[in-house]
Structure formats: C-alpha cells, structure tokens
Design a protein. Structure first.
Lengths: 245, 226
C-alpha cells in the first residue's frame, strides 16, 4: 500500500505539483495526475524516464521516499494525482531511454540554415549537389520535389555559378511553399497546410525568411542594375594593350 | 538478423565493412549516420523521410545496386526533422520483410550511436591497428555492453596485407580487451576503388583477399547469430 502526500503551488498561471510517495514494502507505483495537461520534467528534450503522458511509473523501496514533480497549466485540485501499486517488473530499455541517457544527436536548430522543422525541410531538403544529381537522374525533377514547383533553367543551361543557382532554387522552393499555404481556401485545408509545413513555428520561420528574401532581392536588383550599367560602359581594349605589351 | 556495424571513431572504414558485409549476408544496408551519411545514395525517399514519417521503410529500400540499401539523406534540415527513436521500429520492419539488416552506425557515444545498438541483435566493431583507434574501440565496446548488445566480431581494418595470415600478440591482446575474436581485413586499393564506385569489393574482384576476408567474416557472424 503506497501513501501519497502532495504540495501544489500556483505561480503565474502554472500549477507546480510536488508529490511524495512512500510504501511499507518495495513496490512499483503508478502515479496519474488529475491535472491535465501535464508538463513533465524533461531530459534532452524527452519527458524524463518513467513519464508517459499524465502517468509516471517508478519503483519505490520500503523506508524510502519517491519524490515526483511536474507542472500543469490547470487550476490546482486536491488530490492532484492518484497512486496505485503493482508488483515490480523487469524494465525494458526503450529508445527514448537511450536518448535521455546519451543525449540527442539531432543537429541543433541553429545548424540548419532556415530554422529546422519540416517546413524548412520542404524548402531546403537537399544540397545543391544532390539536387543536381537528382535532376540528371530524373527526367521529371518536379515530381520528386516535395511541396515545390520545378526549378528554373539548370545551372548548366544558364552558365550561372552553382552557388547562385542554388540560391535561386532555394528561393523558388520557399515561395512555392508559401504559395501552398496561401492557396488553402478552407479552414481544414489551412490546418492541413500548416501541419504539412511542420506547425505554426515553421510557418512563422518561413515568413521571416521570405521577408529577408524580399530585402535581399531588392538589394540584388539594384546591384545587378548598377553592375550591368558599368558592364555596358566598359570595353577591354585588347588590341591596344597587346600592342603596348 | 539485425547487425550493427559500429566504431568508436570515424575514418576506420566502418561504412566499407558494413557495405561489404551486407553484400555477403544478402542483407539490406541501412545508413544510420544521420548527420554524416557515407554509403552511396540515390534518389527517392531516404532514412530521413522514413524517420520523419514521410515514407514507409519499404519505400526507402533501394534495390537497384549490388546491395539493397536505405540511404540516409544528407541535409541537416532532414536530420533535424527526423525522429531518431523511430529507427528501432524501422530496422525491425525491414528485417521482418527482407531477412537481414546491417546498420552502418555513426561513430561516437551519443544516442545516434546507441539507438542502432539497441535495435540490433548483435554488433560488429570496426577498428584499425593504431593506438587512438583502439582506445575509441574500447569505449564503443562499453556502449554496446551497457545496451546489452553482444559483440560478435572485431574487424581490424586496413591491416598490412603482408600480415593478414599471422596472428600477432597485439591482436590477441585486442581480442582479450574487447572480448570477441578479431578478424583482419587487408588494406587494399581494390576495396577503396570498389567503395568509391559504390560497389562491394566482390563485384570488382571476387578472388581478392579482401573479398575472401569479408566472406569469412560474414560466415563467422552468421554462425554466431545462428
């Protein structure tokens, strides 16, 4: 038989719950929060070991106290949780345990050029090399590009340096992704488009990126115009220089 | 059979060993090096897509080359969108349909190295006959031990071809320290050439010493895993 004691504190719209579980003999306890939703403690971005939704499970030894803390936006209720006991069982290591213990190997958000969720991956999935390899191998590249329209003329056709071509392709894909978000006429359609894009965070990221793109394009337009003007005005006097040299 | 090919450090030829073993075992090679894919890749969905739930594991299996494989995907954005824990069910599903899977596991001690070990029935550790490589192999061995993944063989890669046949004292000590028999793979231009062209060494020269060594290594793995 396990005993539950608790304290609840309400701060700035968040209820902080601290539970203390004791038992007369060693047992496995299942603690289920009555407050919903539960914000469990996290390790490496994953709910800490033992947490599964609103339920926390762990072993408690006799004469030992098991302390469990979590938060919830819900108003406090008494008791904030219910405890039940089960005989101890052999615990299996699950994949989330491995991440909690060893750390998440996913590249950090900052390492990803435009922010890092699936909206950007629709936008920035491939390196230019892989993209061009794909175009060579695939007669219809637009069919394999998720959420995007076909690219403009290839670098080989225009003779534009690959880095610039890659910039324009990225821009085309971002605009295509934005167009898809714009075109969803119904509420369900919009919801689906946001989900496909990777959530509102990703949509906001895309919006920020597009505003930056606008500034970069304006800058590029004035700079290319200036350069084109200067280019028109010059003519390398090859023959005259040949005579001098 | 699910075999994780692991190494404490990069640059020891782990991907080469994984690819050639997959060829010998008629297994699907899964390139699980999410941040730094190494095995040859083509077009179509890759492991990033599977782990982000954009493709099924079977859609990502490429059957076109000499070795069936799931390539990894090479962009940071793709790696970030992927759910790493889904690797375990992915390789299990592929093993159920195709029989055998060889996972090319990232080097290091983080969860991206740990998850393939958790998914695998056993692991094979690749190292080189140099001091830093062996030190890292010992750490990788510990990671496998913690995750309860048995080590079936150690592949000592890029050994001087002259020394392939001789059992050295150093090699016995290595086997003792890592707790598994050591199997030597020779340093060979044919192996390097095969890897560059995205083929197993058998496809280039089926009587090369390296081909024979991969064949006997695969046979040893099969015996160990029954």
């Amino acid at each position: 038989m396990a005993t539950l004691e608790w304290t609840c504190e309400r701060i700035d719209g968040v209820t902080l719950v601290e539970l203390t579980v004791t038992s007369e003999r060693a047992t496995r306890v299942r603690v289920e929060s009555t407050l919903r939703p539960v914000w469990p403690p996290r390790r490496q971005g994953r709910p800490a070991a033992g947490w599964d939704g609103p339920v926390f499970e762990a072993e408690v030894d006799e004469d030992e106290r098991l302390v469990v803390g979590y938060a919830s936006p819900a108003e406090r209720v008494d008791p904030p949780a219910e405890v039940t006991t089960r005989p101890p069982e052999e615990e299996e290591v699950d994949p989330a345990d491995v991440i909690r213990a060893l750390g998440d190997g996913t590249p950090p958000r900052d390492a990803v050029p435009t922010g890092g969720t699936s909206a950007e991956s629709a936008v920035q999935t491939d390196t230019p090399e892989r993209e061009s390899a794909r175009q060579e191998a695939d007669p219809d590249p637009s069919a394999t590009q998720r959420g995007s329209v076909g690219p403009g003329p290839s670098a080989a056709a225009t003779g534009v340096p690959p880095a610039i071509e890659a910039y324009f392709e990225g821009l085309e894909r971002r605009i295509a992704a934005a167009e898809e978000l714009t075109e969803s006429g119904t509420v369900d359609g919009a919801r689906e488009a946001v989900r496909t894009a990777g959530g509102m965070g990703a949509v906001e990221g895309l919006d920020r990126q597009l505003r930056a793109d606008r500034r970069h394009l304006d800058h590029l337009v004035s700079r290319t115009e200036r350069l084109a003007g200067r280019l028109d005005a010059v003519d390398v006097p090859v023959e005259r220089l040949e005579r001098v040299a | 059979m699910i075999l994780a090919v692991t190494a404490g450090k990069g640059g020891v030829g782990k991907s080469t060993v994984a690819y050639n073993l997959a060829s010998e075992l008629d297994a699907v090679a899964v390139d699980a090096d999410l941040g730094m894919a190494d095995l040859p890749s083509g077009r179509g969905p890759d492991l990033h897509d599977v782990l982000a739930d954009r493709a099924s594991p079977f859609e990502a299996v490429q059957d076109v080359g000499a070795v069936s494989m799931i390539p990894c995907g090479r962009s940071l954005a793709g790696a970030r969108a992927a759910e790493p824990t889904a690797l375990v069910e992915t390789v299990e599903a592929v093993a159920r349909r195709y029989g055998s899977v060889v996972i090319d596991t990232p080097a290091g001690m983080r969860s991206d190295a740990g998850l393939p070990l958790l998914a695998a029935e056993a692991c094979l550790l690749v190292t080189r006959p140099t001091r830093p490589a062996v030190a890292d192999a010992v750490r990788a061995r510990e990671l496998a031990r913690v995750l309860d993944t048995p080590l079936v063989r150690v592949a000592l890669n890029r050994v001087d071809p002259e020394r392939i046949g001789t059992q050295t004292e150093r090699q016995r000590r290595l086997a003792g320290a890592l707790g598994a028999p050591v199997h030597k793979v020779p340093d060979s231009e044919t192996v390097a050439q095969a890897q560059r062209s995205g083929q197993p060494v058998r496809a280039l020269d089926d009587s090369a010493t390296a081909t024979e060594q991969f064949e006997s290594l695969a046979a040893a793995v099969e015996r160990s895993l029954g």
